[in-house]
Design a protein around this ligand. Structure first.
Ligand code: 2P0
Length: 378
């Protein structure tokens, strides 16, 4: 009808290098620690969302990839917060909303779909309500990690200290153009069904005696990452990312009952990275893994070709998507290097990597024009 409003948004998933794990307030989604992420390439991976408001809708309604999904309390919190700020008048604020969301990548593949999904949700509804202030807070109410996808390149989400959370916001640390970093996403396929991160992190806070040790070493690690980003120090960024990923999975193992995300294939990729770095005499790759079995590798552009070639020797790779780059000088790595010892002593079957996605860093949800999101949606 004439009496309806429509808005679009798109967001790419982000990958945390310093992880968010544990809340100080569950209802307001306030974290125990700052986290730092890179926003992935929206050309390769994105959520696109259309939001419509009309006086004719009886209920709020959300669908994902064409199928109705539950309107969660978190989504209701986002809608409520935007209704309160609506700049288009009281009529629209009282109308029900329909949100249709599409992922350009498998939701179940563990590719941080909550970060892009709830970020695009928040931006689309905020555009509907014509209010782009406080978006960090609004996106955070949908899912903590979503607030980092608002920004291109490198983002930091501050834990903040206030009980009302107004100081718990995300901001950009550096643009995507500041540092042409590449992320190689190794999709290893589902292992045992993973614990949802919201519940798992609550259990960690309630039971892990290692979590306080993690929190006490994070200020130094965060400072090291900020410095590595500012100075484009790859070896330092990669080492801090690997340490923080290992630390996350250690507190997950220390959770009672324990939380397991990594599989044998994930661990084989992690060991591969350390062997490759050792054989190369420098840090060629870093890695980081979230609440699932996939492992994301960090690389400089000149090493992508070498890294992918070594991965192909060591693993059974289904498909490679993205820009492999040019062969560069790889003289320090032996040409017969197998990485996981396959074919050597104690060899086992090569582990499977379903897809290897090679990404650049991408735009934040706020940088993607509404018209572009609308064109993607159709
Ligand atoms: C992160 N993860 O920093 C960490 C690392 C998973 C491992 O943010 O409860 O889906 O919705 O705020 O954002 C996953 O947690 O959790 C996550 P909620 P979210 O990316």
């Amino acid at each position: 009808s004439d009496e309806s409003f429509i808005a679009y948004a798109a967001a790419a998933p982000n990958l945390a290098l310093i992880k968010y794990w544990g809340k100080r307030d569950s209802r307001l989604v306030l974290p125990l620690n700052n986290s730092i992420s890179v926003t992935l390439d929206d050309q390769l991976m994105r959520t696109v969302t259309m939001a419509t408001a009309s006086p004719e809708f009886a209920e709020d309604f959300v669908e994902l990839n064409g199928k109705p999904v539950e309107v969660t309390d978190r989504m209701r919190a986002v809608l409520q917060s935007l209704r309160q700020r609506c700049q288009r008048g009281q009529d629209l604020a009282s109308w029900k909303v329909r949100v249709a969301t599409r992922n350009s990548f498998p939701t179940a593949a563990g590719l941080a779909s909550s970060s892009s999904g709830l970020c695009a949700f928040a931006v689309a509804v905020a555009r509907l309500a014509d209010t782009l202030r406080w978006l960090s807070t609004v996106a955070r109410l949908g899912s903590g990690s979503a607030c980092r996808s608002l920004f291109a390149g490198f983002a930091e989400w501050s834990a903040g200290q206030r009980p009302d959370g107004v100081d718990s916001t995300a901001s950009q640390l550096a643009s995507a153009g500041h540092w042409d970093l590449r992320v190689l996403v190794c999709v290893v396929g589902a292992g045992a069904k993973s614990a949802p991160s919201t519940q798992a992190m609550a259990r960690t806070v309630a039971t892990s005696s290692l979590l306080p040790a993690r929190l006490s070493c994070l200020p130094d690690r965060l400072a090291a990452v900020r410095e590595a980003v500012a100075g484009r120090d790859f070896a330092s960024l990669a080492e801090m990312s690997m340490r923080d990923s290992n630390c996350l999975h250690a507190v997950c193992a220390d959770t009672y009952p324990p939380v397991h995300y990594l599989t044998d294939a994930s661990r084989a990729i992690i060991d591969f990275v350390h062997r490759l770095n050792e054989a190369s005499g420098r840090v060629v790759l870093g890695y980081t893994a979230d609440a699932g079995p996939n492992v994301c590798l960090l690389a400089q552009p000149a090493d992508v070709h070498l890294a992918a070639g070594c991965l192909q020797r060591a693993f059974d790779i289904g498909q490679v998507v993205g820009d492999l780059g040019e062969a560069a000088d790889n003289s320090k790595v032996p040409s017969d290097w197998a990485g996981d010892g396959s074919g050597g002593e104690g060899a086992t079957a090569r582990h499977r990597i379903e897809s290897l996605l090679i990404c650049r860093l991408g735009r934040g949800a706020l940088d993607i024009p509404q018209a572009e999101a609308a064109a993607w949606f159709d």
